[in-house]
Design a protein around this ligand. Structure first.
Ligand SMILES: *Cc1c(COP(=O)(O)O)cnc(C)c1O
Length: 475
């Protein structure tokens, strides 16, 4: 399996060669040169597999440069009931992503039972083990530099903690995260994890990461890497739970299902799109946005209009507060028939903050065959949906999953299972749960009192040179 760039000007690469990098050298995103096709016989054979065995079957179609026994072992140690132990609603942790039935054909698939209680663990835990393996094989090391407003940074730290040859330098906006999120990250005491709180906003932290990454000499000398949402291995890992969710919600492979996906950077639903292209019987992919509705606008109008950070609202489903969806280029590449010249033209606009409009093109006419529908959910909808789920179905949903359920209810088809992907646990968003239900969300017992643990964090002004010095002194 070779990986090609959406912009067409980069040499094809193998999986391990793109694992540690970010963008392709031509500025594009890597995708497999073709999607493996899953036959009906294979689908039948996979129905009864454990999560780890299913993950091996799927991921080995994309990863052919790690020996089978090694890949199997990496996957087996990633997808265990001990790692994904925080199941709720009577869910069976052995399933890794248990399915909860809300009513007749309406379900949630729990993707947030990992260490940080958000779905990012599903892919990031695998990434941690893959990084360690490939770095060991090659005798290399990496220093991951990132900026986080919450979920991504903690998922990366919990995935990389204690790993050989990996250090993590994570910038976060000082005082802007919830007490719980802060405690989750800063209470880690592993020697390879460095938390840096920046006296500024998330954007300041993000700009500092970009400034360091743009210093090519520094980046090469100090082996600076990233684990952001365009990383192909993260998308690949996420394909697995679409298959698992399908098997859990159906009896036979003659059935079709729909998924509803709370979306931000388009990484999660991009994996659903790929699962569908591989032949999984998905009739619909319902994309849900919050107030930051750049993707809903595209699927309704054909216009993709990235926003500036000033036009991006801070909402009560903060992990979907995006102005530009970094994985969207992968989907558009498929939509335009994988023509890199079209992508270069469209992203020449996006990279300058300009919109593009596909409505009058032949590509737009093809969109229905991709199965996408979309919707938007604002704060009042979110509160109503959290109440509805609690009152009618007896489950407590987090704010992002509530956005997904709101849109799912608008796009259900009679008699067809609709699976809402649960992307975080309500315990991460206590204030909004309190507002909706007047109660505290249940927190996994082992995380009780996490705010009282000693915290390890250095506070720093938004000064790029100071961060570089900090890194140099510790690598
Ligand atoms: C990251 C995140 C999302 C958005 O996922 P994308 O892959 O960026 O579309 C949704 N909900 C939660 C809780 C998240 O952490």
């Amino acid at each position: 399996m070779r990986y090609i760039s959406t912009r067409g000007h980069a040499a094809p690469q193998s999986f391990c060669d793109i694992l540690l990098g970010g963008l392709a050298p031509d500025g594009g995103l890597y995708l497999p040169e073709s999607y493996p096709q899953i036959s009906r016989d294979e689908l039948d054979a996979w129905r009864g597999l454990s999560y780890a065995d299913l993950a091996y079957e799927i991921l080995s179609r994309f990863i052919d440069d790690i020996p089978a026994a090694d890949l199997k072992a990496i996957i087996a140690k990633t997808y265990t009931a001990a790692v994904y132990r925080h199941a709720r609603n009577g869910g069976d942790t052995a399933q890794i992503t248990p399915l909860t039935r809300l009513d007749d054909d309406l379900y949630t698939l729990e993707l947030s039972n990992g260490p940080t209680l958000a779905f990012k663990d599903m892919a990031m835990q695998l990434l941690g083990n893959l990084f360690e393996y490939v770095l060991d094989q090659r005798g290399e090391s990496i220093n991951i530099l990132g900026a986080t407003s919450g979920d991504t940074g903690s998922a990366a730290e919990y995935a990389m903690r204690g790993k050989h040859n990996v250090k993590v330098f994570m910038l976060s906006p000082d005082g802007k995260m919830s007490d719980f999120q802060r405690a989750q990250m800063y209470s880690l005491s592993d020697a390879n994890i460095f938390n840096i709180a920046i006296t500024g906003m998330f954007d300041d932290a993000q700009d500092m990461v970009k400034a360091v990454a743009n210093d090519a000499a520094f980046k090469a000398r100090y082996k600076i890497g990233a684990v952001n949402s365009i990383n192909w291995a993260r998308v690949a890992a996420q394909i697995v739970y679409y298959f698992k969710g399908y098997f859990l919600a159906t009896r036979t492979n003659d059935e079709q299902v729909a998924f509803a996906v709370p979306s931000g950077n388009f990484g999660n639903i991009c994996a659903g799109h790929i699962a569908r292209r591989m032949g999984l019987p998905i009739a619909r992919l319902a994309l849900a946005t919050n107030e930051n509705d750049v993707l809903d606008e595209f699927f309704k109008s054909g216009v993709y209009r990235p926003r500036t950070s000033l036009e991006t609202s801070v909402t009560s489903s903060p992990s979907m507060d995006i102005s530009k969806a970094s994985n969207f280029e992968r989907f558009i590449f498929d939509l335009v028939g994988r023509d890199p010249a079209v992508i270069r033209e469209l992203w020449a606009k996006v990279d300058q903050g300009q919109p593009f409009d596909l409505a009058a093109t032949p590509y737009w006419a093809r969109l229905p065959s991709f199965g996408f529908v979309s919707g938007k959910s604002a704060h009042a909808d979110r509160i109503n949906t959290i109440r509805l789920a609690h009152g009618r179905y007896g489950v407590m949903l987090d704010t992002h999953t509530a956005d997904g359920l709101k849109v799912a209810l608008e796009h259900r088809l009679p008699g067809m299972p609709m699976i809402v992907l649960e992307t975080a646990q309500p315990a991460k968003f206590e204030a909004t749960i309190r507002e909706a239900l007047g109660t505290e969300p249940v927190r996994p017992a082992e995380l009780a009192g996490i705010e009282k643990l000693p915290q390890h964090v250095v506070v720093m002004a938004p000064d790029v040179e100071a961060v570089k010095r900090f890194i140099v002194e510790r690598v």
